[in-house]
Design a protein around this ligand. Sequence first.
Ligand code: SF4
Ligand code: SF4
Length: 269
Amino acid sequence: MTQADYYLLHALQAGNYKTYDKYHIWDFVKEQKAKGLIRHWGFSFHATPDILDELLTAHPDAEFVQLQLNYADWENPDVTARENYEVARRHGKSIVVMEPVKGGALANPPTAVQKVFREADSDASFASWAIRYAASLDGIITVLSGMSNIDQMRDNLSYMKEFKPLDSAEQATVRKAQEIMTGVKSIPCTACHYCTAGCPKKIAIPEIFAARNQQLVWGQLEEGRRQYTEAVKNGGRASDCIACGQCERACPQQINVITRLKDCAAQFD
Ligand code: SF4
Ligand code: SF4
C-alpha cells in the first residue's frame, strides 16, 4: 500500500478556510489517516494568528502547520510570521517552514543588509543566513528552501548537512538585518503566481511587482523600467487592471494588488 508521509491541506487563508468545513475536507483527511494512507497530516497557512488559533482549536489532531517564516517578515504586520509561529507552538505543533528566503529576495538583499552579513562572515551566502535563521527556531521539521539550480543545492547542503543553529552573535547579526529590512518598503510578492491564471487582462503581476521592487529596494529606476517593458510584452499593462479582485482573493500574501498596480501604472505607464 502506498502511504504519504506528510499530507497537507493547501493554503488555508481568510478567503477560503471555511470552504474546508463546507466540503468536509477535515473529515476526509482524518479518514485517509485512519485507513493508513497518510502518516502525518497538517495544513499550509497564510492568514492571521486569530484564524490559526481558531483552526488549531477546532482541529487539535492536526500534526503540523506549514508557515511562512523568514527574518524579514518576522514582525511584518501583513505576514505576522512571529505571531503565527507562537500560536502554532502554543498548540504544540511542529512546523514546516516555507518562504525562508522570501521568494528569493533574501538571497540578494538590499546593500545595507549585505554589508551586515559580509562583515559578520564574508564566506557565508546571504541565503544561508535566511535558511539557518528559520531552521534555528524550535519545533521545525524542515525548511523548504526553494532551490532552483545545482549551485543553490550545493550551498544549502554546505550548511544543512551538519546543521548548526545560529549562535548568539549570529542571531544579533540577523537582528541588525531585520531592522534594516523593516525600513524597506518593497512589495512583499513571493512570485508564487497563484494570482495570474485567472486574470482577465493577462497581467504578469509578479513580474511587474519585481520590476517595481527593483526601484523600491535598489533604487534602480531604469532597470525597473526595462524589466517592466519585458513583463508587459505578452500581456496587459499595469493600467489595464479592471479591479475585478480575482488576484487579491488568490494571493496568499494578502497583497493589495489593485492598489499596488495603480502605483506601478503611475510609475511605468
Ligand atoms: S484585479 Fe486587475 S490584476 Fe487582478 S485579476 Fe482583476 S484585472 Fe487582473
Ligand atoms: S499571488 Fe500574491 S504573492 Fe503570489 S505572485 Fe501573485 S501577488 Fe505575488
